[in-house]
Design a protein around this ligand. Sequence first.
Ligand SMILES: *[C@@H]1O[C@H](CO)[C@@H](O)[C@H](O)[C@H]1NC(C)=O
Ligand SMILES: *[C@@H]1O[C@H](CO)[C@@H](O)[C@H](O)[C@H]1NC(C)=O
Ligand SMILES: *[C@@H]1O[C@H](CO)[C@@H](O)[C@H](O)[C@H]1NC(C)=O
Ligand SMILES: *[C@@H]1O[C@H](CO)[C@@H](O)[C@H](O)[C@H]1NC(C)=O
Ligand SMILES: CC(=O)N[C@H]1CO[C@H](CO)[C@@H](O)[C@@H]1O
Length: 376
Amino acid sequence: MRISLALSTLSSLLGVVASPVNIIRTSNSADAHKIAAEVLIISMFTPEANIWYNIPEFNLLARYITVPGFSPLFPDAHCTRDGSICQAVTGEAEINAAVTITSLLHSAKFDLRQTYFLIAGIAGINPKLATTGSVTFARYAVQVALQYEIDAREIPSDFPTGYFSQGSQAPGQYPGSIYGTEVFEVNDDLRQLAFKFARKAKLNDSAPAQAYRINYANDSKACSGAEPPSVVLCDTVLSDNFWVGTLLAEAFENTTTLLTNGTGVYCSTQQEDNATLESLMRGAISGLVDFSRIIIMRTASDFDRPFSGQTAAEVLFAEQGGFDPAVTNIYVAGIEVVKGIINGWHQQFQAGVKPSNYIGDIFGSLGGQPDFGPRQ
Ligand SMILES: *[C@@H]1O[C@H](CO)[C@@H](O)[C@H](O)[C@H]1NC(C)=O
Ligand SMILES: *[C@@H]1O[C@H](CO)[C@@H](O)[C@H](O)[C@H]1NC(C)=O
Ligand SMILES: *[C@@H]1O[C@H](CO)[C@@H](O)[C@H](O)[C@H]1NC(C)=O
Ligand SMILES: *[C@@H]1O[C@H](CO)[C@@H](O)[C@H](O)[C@H]1NC(C)=O
Ligand SMILES: CC(=O)N[C@H]1CO[C@H](CO)[C@@H](O)[C@@H]1O
């Protein structure tokens, strides 16, 4: 599905060079040689990874660290010489994300207990909330395809969609069967800081993206699709399945509302984050990472549904022009987040950003009482 494009580097965009501070902490001798990254960028595939190379701020290709269990396509983690900033590339979709992140957390080469994880990838976008090129920061990640599915041609006549919760009898009913990976909630206080950092960025855009998004201008329900790119606080939803179209999008809006008990806002669409978060949460249970140090940033490359008068297949195959600005804005906005954390390390980030909201999964595995899910 994804188009591969040669992306020029952005060396001229940022004049200021943030010099990553010190580190490779040596608190006890067993950990002395481990890389204690302050920020670890999680990319999913080549264009998302490459946008961080040949930049003026730091050189992620100074160190290649082969990690057993990483994808055959992306066998190495990358780090700056001092180890303060690293990157892992998971490979696309849920299985790759879960296996790569789990392998990373159990690698003896890293000490990730104080690391901030910046999930930084492209995504589909709900034109009710934003447009292509926009940068979103999520509080909830919702797994929407973990449901029963009946082909739309065979659904009961009173069903609005073929998707409905496992253990339920119809769309709209709360799931009777919970696997535990349906919803994750991350640190909202950290999200607000990341949002503030990213808003310093001058977002990239392109003439083809502008020309295409005009089509949403007169669609009263989806007119945000025609606005210029912006930085937005809204949630992310995922499935291995790359869905497109008004009916599936609305069905999954409903699923998001249902699974987050009305709080989550279906906004960006992607294929990895419940898997990445499940791995990070299991790592947090094992004391390997701090689940309050995760940022989910998704930039919008394509619309999840057509404009009025267009079909679902037409939007899927259209040249929407959003891919290049979305990839560029991973760096343009993401670098502000990385600089914000590195420059504020001693004053704020080393000690951590205390979440005022619940964080974790639907079971309350990390303690606390989820604000979604069946009450225990
Ligand atoms: C967007 O990025 C591309 C590629 O670096 C660049 O050529 C273009 O001038 C940028 N446009 C804006 C509006 O920043
Ligand atoms: C939107 O409506 C205006 C005013 O009716 C019209 O001039 C314009 O062509 C329409 N744009 C699209 C993309 O349909
Ligand atoms: C979404 O939920 C609304 C309100 O319950 C319902 O009217 C609509 O048919 C649902 N849409 C889909 C596609 O399931
Ligand atoms: C979420 O909604 C379900 C279904 O309405 C309800 O059973 C559950 O108690 C709610 N959970 C919370 C935490 O409010
Ligand atoms: C790692 C993990 O929990 N992944 C889950 C994400 O959702 C899919 C459903 O499509 C589950 O099968 C996975 O277990």
